[in-house]
Design a binder for this molecule. Structure first.
Ligand code: ADP
Length: 301
C-alpha cells in the first residue's frame, strides 16, 4: 500500500498539493474530537480542507489513522474522506493529517438502510491482503482514542480479543480494582471461549463505531471517519453502535439481510463493549468504573 506523501510544514503541504501560489487564507477550529485538534482551512484558491493535528511526538496517531482509512477505502464498500497528505510542522510543534472536508449534507431518505447494507458488505470483504491466513489483527498496531491498540495477528478471534484487547486494558486499569474483582477478571479472561463464538471469517471492522464517527457525505450517504480498524469479529462493530444508544432499527434489519447476525449476539454484545468501557476508564477516568465492574460481575456470576 502506497502511503500518503509527507511534508515538513503545513505551508509546504498546501503548496505541494494545491499549487505553489496557494496559501492558507483562514483557519476555523472544529470541535467534536476527543484526542486531536481539528480545523477547517480555507485556502487562497477558495478550496477548503480538513486538518487534524497533534503534537510532533504523536505523529503515529495519523499514520495509524491513514492505514485504517486506507484499508476501509480499499474494500470499496463504504465511503471515507479522501486523504490528501500528512506531515510535521515544527514551527507550530505539530504533526498533521490533511483530508477532504466533509460539509454538512442532507441524508438520503433511506440513509440507515443503505448504511446497514454497506457496513455488512464491508464486514464481508476479504481481509487476506491485510492479515493473511484468515487471522485476526492488522498491518500494524494502531490506537483506540489515544490508547495503543495491539494488532499482533492471532489464529482465533477469542485469543485475539483476550490477548490484544481485554488484557492490555485490564492491565492499564489494574489500580482501579480490589482483589475480589481481580479474581473475577481472571475468571472472565479464562471464560472468553465459553462466552464468545468464533466468527465464520475475520471482518475488516471500523473498530470505534459510535455515532460521532459516522458523517454524511455530499451524496447524502454515510461516511466513516476516525477508525481504529482491524480484522476482527463483525459483532464488535455492531456492539459499539449500541454502547451509547442504538442506531435506528432499520439499520440492524438491513445489515442482517446482507450479513446474518448470529443467534446469541445480544449475550456477547456487552463483553465486546467492555473493551470500550475499559478504554474510557483508562482515558477519561473513574466515571466508567461502575459500568466496568457491573459487566465483569454479570459475566462471572
Ligand atoms: P478525534 O480523532 O480527535 O476523535 P475526529 O476524527 O473524530 O477527531 O474529528 C473531530 C470532529 O471533526 C468530528 O466529530 C467531526 O465532526 C469533524 N470531522 C472529522 N473529519 C472531518 C472531515 N473530513 N470533514 C469535516 N469535518 C470532519
Amino acid at each position: 500500500m502506497m502511503g500518503l506523501k509527507s511534508y515538513d510544514s503545513l505551508k509546504a503541504a498546501v503548496c505541494a498539493c494545491f499549487g505553489s501560489d496557494v496559501g492558507i487564507a483562514d483557519s476555523t477550529s472544529v470541535s467534536g474530537g476527543d484526542i486531536n485538534r481539528a480545523a477547517c482551512l480555507l485556502l487562497s484558491n477558495g478550496e477548503r480542507v480538513f486538518v487534524k493535528s497533534n503534537t510532533l511526538e504523536n505523529k503515529s496517531f495519523f499514520e495509524a489513522e491513514e492505514a485504517g482509512l486506507a484499508a476501509i477505502a480499499s474494500a470499496g464498500k463504504i465511503a471515507t474522506p479522501k486523504l490528501i497528505c500528512k506531515g510535521c510542522d515544527p514551527g507550530s510543534g505539530t504533526s498533521f493529517l490533511m483530508m477532504e472536508m466533509i460539509d454538512p449534507a442532507r441524508p438520503v431518505r433511506d440513509y440507515w438502510e443503505v448504511f446497514g447494507r454497506e457496513l455488512a458488505a464491508l464486514h464481508l470483504a476479504d481481509t487476506e491482503k491485510l492479515v493473511p491466513g484468515g487471522r485476526y489483527g492488522f498491518t500494524g498496531d494502531n490506537y483506540i482514542g489515544a490508547t495503543e491498540q495491539i494488532n499482533t495477528p492471532k489464529d482465533t478471534w477469542t485469543a485475539f480479543f483476550r490477548e490484544c484487547r481485554l488484557e492490555p486494558q485490564f492491565r492499564m486499569a489494574e489500580n482501579c480494582f480490589d482483589s475480589a474483582l481481580l479474581k473475577d477478571i481472571l475468571k472472565l479472561l479464562d471464560r472468553i471461549e465459553d462466552i464468545l463464538i468464533e466468527p465464520e471469517r475475520p471482518s475488516l471492522i471500523h473498530g470505534d463505531l459510535w455515532s460521532g464517527n459516522i458523517m454524511t457525505g455530499h451524496d447524502g450517504k454515510a461516511m466513516l471517519i476516525d477508525p481504529a480498524a482491524y480484522a476482527g469479529c463483525a459483532e464488535a462493530d455492531l456492539a459499539m453502535t449500541e454502547l451509547f444508544g442504538r442506531l435506528p432499527d432499520v439499520f440492524y434489519r438491513s445489515y442482517d439481510e446482507v450479513y446474518h447476525i448470529q443467534p446469541g449476539y445480544e449475550g456477547r454484545r456487552d463483553l465486546y463493549n467492555l473493551y470500550h468501557l475499559l478504554n474510557h476508564l483508562n482515558l477519561f477516568g473513574r466515571g466508567y468504573l461502575m459500568s466496568v465492574i457491573n459487566t465483569v460481575k454479570r459475566y462471572t456470576a
